[in-house]
Design a protein around this ligand. Sequence first.
Ligand code: BMA
Length: 321
Amino acid sequence: MKNIPWQDRPDNCNDIIWRYSENPIIDRYHIPSSNSIFNSAVVPFGDGFAGVFRCDNKAVQMNIFSGFSKNGIDWDIDHKPIQMKTGNTDMIKSDYKYDPRVIFIEDRYWITWCNGYHGPTIGIGYTFDFKEFFQCENAFLPFNRNGVLFPKKINGKYAMLSRPSDNGHTPFGDIYISYSPDMKYWGEHRCVMKATPFEDSAWQSTKIGAGPIPILTDQGWLMIYHGVVTTCNGFRYAMGAAILEENSPDQVKYRTQPYLLGPAVSYEQIGDVQNVVFPCAALHNIEEDKLAIYYGAADTVVALSFGHISEIVQFTIENSL
Ligand code: BMA
């Protein structure tokens, strides 16, 4: 696969996932209207990369914007939000859109996001070129967030992770999987994994949610996810990893007890929402054993981190709950 953004692990660092030295890669005021640009998605596209970005404007209205980059680090983001056309539904009005994920399946790029329809639920759309976008039926009833597609059909059906929630800041939340023959009707809902007992692994004890599109490894699906602990100063979001059975991804083989990356530097600790590391996308190069994970930091900026896929898998197996 093509050249993904990469920086070797610093000499003085033993972490499994390490930060890009030039973080954040996208500042809060990157486009004229923005108050903040964070939880966003990128994919390989043409001879570079394309992305769908969560930009909240200065009225703090949440919407998604398309962008392009030659190197995956310097981004040219459209100044106007994505305008949806009719996909498989006429109902294309949303109260808001946020936290997009993007993946190429078969012949097009599919986008999922948290879609405002009487509260948050999972919106689905597609594009062929990141210029013209089509919106489909919502996948689920409200309330739901963190809809993440698998990059290929499983047992002949599209598969999506999601996290049923409430209409507010949700003090609970477990990851489920659902299947669809056509990206319109979803069913066969199964629980994948739950928030942990506090005493077992507190960083993921309040709620969890899938992050980037899962990556198929020789051990199964590598799923990077976020976990949340409730502190006396509110929620704290960190990132961990799990490995799911290849043909039955509701079966969790391994899951990290420690987090892999938690809020620890200023752009993760200080912002519109303090102490948030929220991964939404990853670029991988299996041959070179490289993973570049994009994450929203403090609900304000986009940051980048790196890891070796084999080390993340090994760490997850050796440090599993
Ligand atoms: C979640 C979502 C995310 C956000 C996170 C931390 O509920 O709203 O978009 O990053 O809270 O505020």
